[in-house]
Design a protein around this ligand. Structure first.
Ligand code: CP
Length: 309
């Protein structure tokens, strides 16, 4: 049983809760791999996806997760909502609450926006990515993909290379993977490496090779050009040459190591196309894991609401 009405981040989610979410996500995967994708587990419940930033994977999989489990589902895009008329986040949340919504999946450019919203609504808030803070459902799906491949997370080495500074995915993965006992190595240009990550348990590598040496999973992170204001590295081609992951770098990883990327990928920048499309790639498996993780979260939060609200 989860211990809170919301899923705001993995910093404040326990190892036991993470394991429970992954276990239920495995059950959801059996359902997804079956003949029918229709369940009435969440019949009578309602989900709104409220996205203030673009998304393909997160928004679509939240929507499908709700639909497959029998919930009513509505999408609000900030571009076509009353946000454009100046409505505040809290007013929007209170409006949705008045519509008797059970779940709000939100993505927002401001760190902390889902936490703020959660204080003002009765609905359960699921963080679909807030600024440079956290993207907990992404990290949960990454952990699920790793666990499904290796049968465990404890004792594995995960190397994360890319735009760590702007990455909410890196932070949520660091919190979650460390709680489940993995080692997390990070590598990127110094200008893209936040100062205090080692204090949160990351091992900061001095080279690509050190990061990837003996790794079980190698995760590329998208270079977030939209969040960069000023030259943090000379050019995309130089980034790819000196910091990207290619076949030569992957020779340092374990033989059965997997390639991960949250997507969307800048092909040929963080990872070479040969790795993205190659046999080690679990990138599309991550997308399916995203659907089962979000279904699991809706089920578990519905149970919490039934018991506590
Ligand atoms: N990984 C991820 O969050 O992808 P989207 O931006 O497509 O949702």
């Amino acid at each position: 049983m989860l211990t809170k009405k919301d899923l705001l981040g993995l910093r404040d989610t326990s190892a036991e809760e993470i394991c429970e979410i992954l276990d239920v996500a495995d059950e959801m995967r059996l359902f997804l791999d079956g003949k029918s994708k229709k369940s009435d587990l969440l019949a009578g419940k309602s989900l709104i996806t409220l996205f203030y930033e673009n998304s393909t994977r997160t928004r679509t999989s939240f929507e499908l997760a709700g639909k497959y489990l029998g919930a009513s589902e509505v999408n609000i895009s900030a571009a076509t909502s009353s946000v454009q008329k100046g409505e505040t986040l809290i007013d929007t949340g209170e409006t949705l609450d008045s519509l008797k919504i059970d779940f709000i999946a939100i993505r927002h450019p401001m760190a902390g926006a889902p936490a703020l919203l959660s204080k003002h609504v009765k609905a359960s808030v699921l963080n679909g990515g807030d600024g440079m803070n956290e993207h907990p459902t992404q990290a949960l799906l990454d952990m699920l993909a790793i666990r499904r491949k290796f049968g465990k997370i404890k004792g594995l080495k995960v190397a994360i290379l890319g735009d760590v500074k702007h990455s909410r995915v890196a932070k949520s993965n660091l919190f979650g993977l460390r709680k489940l006992g993995a080692e997390v190595y990070m590598y990127c240009p110094e200008t893209l490496m936040p100062k205090a990550l080692d204090k949160l348990g990351a091992k900061i590598a001095k080279s690509r090779e050190e990061a990837v040496e003996g790794a079980d999973a190698v995760m590329g992170l998208r270079i977030q050009l939209e969040r960069q204001h000023g030259g943090l590295f000379p050019s995309l081609s130089e980034y790819s040459r000196f910091y990207g992951v290619n076949d030569a770098v992957m020779k340092y990883a374990k033989k059965d190591a997997i390639i991960l990327h949250p997507g969307p990928v800048n092909r040929g920048v963080e990872l070479t196309p040969s790795l993205i499309d190659g046999e080690k790639s679990e990138i599309l498996e991550q997308v399916t894991c995203g659907l089962s993780v979000r279904m699991a979260l809706l089920k578990l939060l519905a149970e919490y609401r039934e018991a506590h609200l």
